[in-house]
Design a protein around this ligand. Structure first.
Ligand code: PLP
Length: 445
């Protein structure tokens, strides 16, 4: 019998419930929680709640704990940095931790050209920096973003975000100059075409109907994209998509800003997801898993693009030494423990298994992903592809109650993104439970 998961009281248990009522009293109602998991501690791929239940974590703390929870090397790096100093504003002075990390990031981001990094505290700040940099460097105003994208919630990033109406409602107007175009979502092609007979019309459309009609390329600073849409539904573009987009960008001297906040740091079996398409963006943004849960965002650009003047962009805590020490340790652990290989191995196994399962399930419409960034899109019936959002939410909650922490994204997609350290046994146990729950829910209507 497997040691995990371990459910000792049906969640949320009595201790959790007490916290939930305090939470409702004192915390902002803007947080949209998936289910009432109140965390007490976490180690590796296991999360323990305040009532003693232990869950297999297929969320990795929402894409942040790629090296597993509380990895001893990360905790040591944080502790030893805390003993030395906690803060001395990188924006105004110097310290070695941020320089060391910038050099390491330059070595792993795509492209052998010279690079420079600018640090903030979160994903949304990494995007803000990228957008400001693109505008600074090009002296142009317009941006292209994608329908379904999630880039964060500060005003600049939110202007490019187009994932759910609730994220923008009552905050409009936002930053002007953002044009949204369809994302290459082949399972539900926005143009109702079929890959590969579509001949990548979604790229030509940008040139013929956006650039030639209302977004003059001489005013376009950058195209901002997620190489795999995360919050939008774990959507994987087809094989040549980004080569074609790059060709278009090069033709009109438009910069490419690659948002790797969720897909970076090994999540897809490569350091950065865009490597699957073999192109080198001008600017790469990362955060989430970079510092294993400590606040850190990085915007890494071609050195010739990051040419702004002193004072044009910075943040007091951006690149703080504790987060940078954690991040350097994260990059070392990913390498030493060969986590890219494990992400590929476990991801391939999971994809194969879930696709086989999906063929026999009435409600699994599509299974897609790269490495350990895997989405299962749930539908009411396979032919009509009507999104089964209630069923997806049910499957998520029931899986959690049975000891697997998993969440949804998009309209009806179950997202599987465990720590990259997960082994075969633990992943199989988690997938046994998720598949069982899907079968149970599919039989109920
Ligand atoms: C692709 C992507 N970009 C940006 C963000 C925003 O990151 P943060 O919440 O750290 O601001 C997220 C968060 O989920 C994300 O998935």
């Amino acid at each position: 019998m497997n040691a995990y998961p371990k459910i000792v009281v049906s969640p949320p248990g009595p201790v959790a419930r007490a916290f939930l009522s305090k939470d409702a009293q004192f915390l902002s109602p803007s947080y949209a929680r998936y289910y009432p998991l109140v965390v007490e501690s976490a180690q590796g791929c296991i999360v323990r709640d305040v009532d003693g239940n232990e869950y297999i974590d297929l969320n990795a703390g929402i894409g942040c704990m790629n090296v597993g929870h509380n990895h001893p090397k990360i905790v040591d790096a944080i502790k030893s940095q805390c003993d030395r100093f906690l803060h001395y504003s990188n924006t105004d002075f110097y310290y070695r931790e941020v320089i060391k990390l910038a050099e390491k990031l330059a070595g792993i981001t795509p492209g052998t050209f010279e690079k420079k990094a600018c640090f903030g505290n979160s994903g949304t700040e990494a995007i803000e920096a990228a957008v400001k940099l693109a505008k600074w460097h090009t002296r142009k105003q317009l941006l292209i973003g994608f329908i379904g994208a999630f880039h964060g919630r500060t005003v600049g990033a939110l202007s490019i975000t187009a994932s759910k109406p609730v994220q923008r409602r009552h905050f409009l107007p936002l930053m002007p100059g953002v044009v949204h175009v369809p994302y290459p979502y082949c399972y539900r092609c926005p143009f109702k075409l079929v890959y590969p007979d579509c001949h990548y019309w979604c790229v030509d459309f940008i040139e013929e109907f956006v650039l030639q009609k209302f977004a003059p390329p001489e005013d376009l600073a950058a195209i901002v994209f997620e190489p795999i849409q995360g919050e939008g539904g774990y959507i994987v573009p087809p094989p040549e998509y980004f080569q074609r987009l790059k060709k278009l960008a090069d033709k009109f001297s438009i910069l490419l800003i690659d948002d790797e906040v969720q897909s970076g740091i090994g999540r897809t079996g490569k350091w950065f997801a865009i490597e699957h398409w073999g192109i080198e963006p001008d600017i790469v943004c990362c955060a989430k898993a970079l510092a294993s849960g400590l606040p850190l965002g990085a915007t890494i650009a071609k050195a010739k693009v990051m040419d702004w003047l002193g004072g044009s962009h910075a943040s007091t805590f951006g690149g703080n030494p504790v987060s940078c020490s954690a991040a350097t340790a994260v990059l070392d652990v990913v390498k030493e423990e060969k986590l890219l290989d494990n992400a590929n191995k476990q991801g391939d196994r999971a994809l194969k298994r879930l696709r086989a399962f999906g063929e026999h399930s009435d409600i699994v419409g599509d299974v897609r992903g790269k490495g350990l960034m895997i989405g299962m899109e749930l539908v009411e019936e396979k032919d009509g592809k009507k999104p089964a959002s209630k069923k997806a939410a049910d499957i998520m909650t029931r899986s959690w109650k049975r000891g697997v922490a998993v969440v949804t994204c998009g309209v009806s997609t179950l997202r599987l993104s465990p720590p990259l350290t997960i082994d075969c046994e633990m992943l199989d146990t988690a997938l046994d439970i998720v598949e069982d729950v899907i079968t149970e829910v599919s039989k109920e209507t």
